[in-house]
Write a protein that binds this ligand. Structure first.
Ligand SMILES: NC(=O)c1ccc[n+]([C@@H]2O[C@H](COP(=O)([O-])OP(=O)(O)OC[C@H]3O[C@@H](n4cnc5c(N)ncnc54)[C@H](OP(=O)(O)O)[C@@H]3O)[C@@H](O)[C@H]2O)c1
Length: 267
């Protein structure tokens, strides 16, 4: 359970997912969760969930945990005076690309943690990567707790790794959906109607993931096992190799990493 007040600044997709995770883990967390969002229309939704809602951060916050969950461009526009002045608040930013240096230029605080969750957090199957220095055991424990309520997590030793994971696990669901989309397009091109094509793709991805989870073998071994010599899967995978699919993926990741840097500080 939470041991202090939590202020989630930005109650959009990700902010709401974190609040939801905490709420579902322990209903008593609701008393400690405060959503701060400029969009007044969200008030009804959060109040219904018995969470506190305000449109501005109270100036007198102390000994609390603040999660900055606004879009990077909205953070750029925030006035310094928007943030509470007390020093002993713990700050976590989930903003893609925005560096600790940049956040410190606006916030009077020593410790800032960067976290990179992903879309799947909304169904508690997320993967969050975290970076932060100078945390004591209690602070680390509370951060581990928060992100464990929306999936799995790991810590990295270097802030630059956050941008790497922003591209790989942060944007990852979008890349997987891209593959699913292309599979669907091909089925439709072959005369299968849209709804059926969608269902087939979902079953294919779902079944393959469950199979991989149950077998625990390396993905490469699974692929080899299903590719009989001279067979159809082997012929298809050969095209992946010839077209250098691995390099395409590498380029995709690099484009996303570059964008993460562009959204924050320059490299
Ligand atoms: N979505 C993802 O999968 C994902 C994954 C990893 C990290 N992130 C990061 O998470 C952050 C939030 O993303 P999101 O998808 O949740 O965005 P979102 O749905 O747009 O949510 C952001 C919310 O913050 C509100 N807001 C804007 N300015 C504010 C202010 N000054 N004070 C309080 N609230 C304010 C927005 O209101 P308005 O709509 O009225 O502007 C909106 O409700 C981003 O920085 C993103 O990089 C997102």
């Amino acid at each position: 359970m939470l041991d202090r007040k939590v202020y989630i600044i930005g109650g959009g997709n990700m902010g709401a997912s974190i609040a939801e995770g905490l709420l579902d883990d322990n209903i008593n967390n609701s008393k400690l969760i405060n959503i701060v969002d400029t969009d007044k229309k969200l008030k009804k939704i959060f109040i219904k969930k018995k969470l506190n809602f305000t449109t501005e951060i109270p100036k007198s916050i102390k000994d609390s945990l603040l999660i900055i969950a606004v879009k990077p461009q909205n953070f750029e526009n925030l006035e310094k005076s928007f943030f509470p002045t007390q020093k002993n608040n713990l700050i976590i930013s989930i903003m893609a690309g925005v560096t600790i240096k940049k956040i410190k230029s606006k916030l009077k605080t020593e410790i800032i943690v960067r976290a990179m969750p992903n879309l799947n957090s909304a169904i508690k199957k997320g993967y969050t990567v975290l970076f932060g220095n100078g945390l004591n055991k209690v602070e680390k424990k509370i951060i581990d707790y928060i992100f464990s309520t929306i999936g799995e997590l790991s810590w990295v030793r270097n802030e630059s790794r956050i941008n790497l994971f922003t591209a790989i696990t942060g944007s990852g669901p979008g890349f997987i959906f891209y593959l699913m989309e292309k599979y669907q397009v091909l089925l439709e091109k072959n005369g299968i109607d849209k709804l059926k094509a969608k269902k087939i793709v979902r079953q294919l991805f779902d079944g393959s993931i469950d199979y991989a989870k149950k077998s625990k073998k390396d993905y490469a071994v699974l692929r080899k096992n299903v590719s009989s010599k001279g067979g159809t899967t082997e012929a298809g995978c050969k095209v992946f190799d010839e077209k250098k699919f691995e390099y395409i993926l590498e380029e995709v990741f690099h484009a996303a990493i570059d964008k993460a840097y562009e959204l924050g500080d320059k490299k």
